[in-house]
Design a protein around this ligand. Structure first.
Ligand code: ATP
Length: 370
């Protein structure tokens, strides 16, 4: 039972109608959001949508202009940053170059004047957690970028915050190391049980690490959901387009059953069928969203698929694991399909200009009204 589905669960963090203005400019616009204990929560959105402002308000570097932020049910407005059970890890890591890894991790604990044995025990625990025992005596310039990232993480977890804010934590790492580090982050988050809130530009990263993602635009949250729901059931065309690859096709919908409708694309002869749960008036303009990998490309019309449209291959992209096919419908509508190449050798290879059938299940696409 996920906490956000449990009516009894108490959120760790609550944004209640929070607005943040900088002069005339509204950076966060009447935003309400709950984040639960032990969540790995991702804020995702284009540059300037207000992600960093959300983090800075949680850390206490900015105050809301209107509304409240509650932590464990208490308004945190009066609590200064250093007294909040919140820590922030920056992309630059901000390690002290003249201090050893050990002393970098111990820094906050020493400043809090904890007893020496307590500090030592905690630093050792953090070194073990982040697999840095061997590097304790080195200085930051004597370790790799990935190791520096782990030191920064160890240091920001040393005081056992309830909430850790991660601002583009893996931005400085190359792709391969970044992927490995994502799994390490998830592992450490689970072991410590700390609530993580991460800001990232990288949608795949958010999909990989997060329990839930908030997709933001212009200071508002457009959708909060699990990665799978964000991908499979986007609330609108903005979310569908922001995450992953998608065909967005304009059409008109007509209800054909309690939760079904038919959608006619402007340029296609035959309508397709889809699940429609929203209240739709007949003939309403909709956007039909379908992911390329849900579409099968075949030479003949498949008998067992609800939706099939004929078209012509305009372009094929070979990406190794998958191939992508740009297919033009008779009226000019372009549709992108993608198929894995795992069984490629058993399958007929297509070439440009081939006439093909695109087909997919009724549940594969989503009908969007905004
Ligand atoms: P990025 O991904 O580029 O970091 P972001 O989503 O984190 O973007 P924010 O840094 O939260 O965006 O900024 C949101 C908006 O508020 C931006 O338009 C920014 O210019 C504006 N803003 C942020 N801080 C201030 C400030 N101190 N004074 C004036 N405007 C600000």
């Amino acid at each position: 039972f996920a906490p956000w589905e449990d009516p009894e669960a108490k959120p760790l963090i609550q944004f209640r109608n929070v607005t943040k203005r900088f002069g005339e400019f509204t950076a966060i616009d009447d935003l309400t959001l709950d984040i639960y204990e032990r969540e790995f929560f991702a804020l995702l959105g284009p540059s300037g949508c207000g992600k960093t402002t959300m983090m800075r308000m949680l850390a206490g570097f900015e105050a809301p202009t209107e509304g409240q932020i509650l932590l464990d049910g208490q308004n945190i407005a009066p609590v200064p940053p250093n007294l909040r059970p919140v820590n922030m890890m920056f992309q630059s890591y901000a390690l002290f170059p003249h201090l050893s890894i050990w002393d970098n991790i111990a820094f906050g604990l020493k400043r809090d004047k904890l007893p020496k044995d307590k500090i030592a025990a905690r630093v050792e625990e953090m070194l073990r957690l982040t697999r840095l025992e061997k590097f304790a005596r080195r200085k930051p310039h004597q370790i790799s970028g990935g190791q520096r990232q782990r030191v920064a993480l160890a240091r920001s977890l040393a005081k056992a915050p309830k909430l850790l804010l991660l601002d583009e934590p893996l931005g400085a790492l190359d792709r391969k190391l970044r992927e490995d580090t994502q799994f390490e982050l998830m592992d450490i988050q689970e072991k410590t049980g700390t609530t993580f809130v991460i800001v990232t530009h990288d949608q795949e990263e958010a999909m990989t690490v997060a329990s839930r993602i908030a997709v933001m635009n212009h200071g508002k949250i457009v959708q909060v959901d699990t990665p799978a729901r964000i991908y499979e059931a986007p609330a609108n065309a903005y979310v569908a387009d922001f995450i992953g690859d998608v065909n967005l096709i304009e059409g008109t919908a007509t209800r054909t059953g309690e939760d079904r409708c038919s959608v006619r694309f402007a340029e296609a002869a035959d309508p397709i069928t889809a699940e429609c749960t929203a209240d739709l008036s007949d003939g309403i303009a909709v956007t039909y969203a379908i992911r390329p990998e849900k579409i099968l490309v075949t030479a003949d019309r498949p008998a067992d698929r609800a939706n099939a449209l004929e078209g012509q291959i305009i372009d094929i992209g070979y990406l190794g694991n998958i191939s992508t096919y740009h297919v033009e419908l008779p009226g000019g509508q372009m549709i992108k399909a993608a198929m894995t190449n795992s069984t490629r050798l058993d399958r007929r290879d297509f070439t440009w200009d081939d006439r093909v059938w695109l087909s997919w299940r009724e549940t594969a696409g989503v009908v969007l009204t905004e």
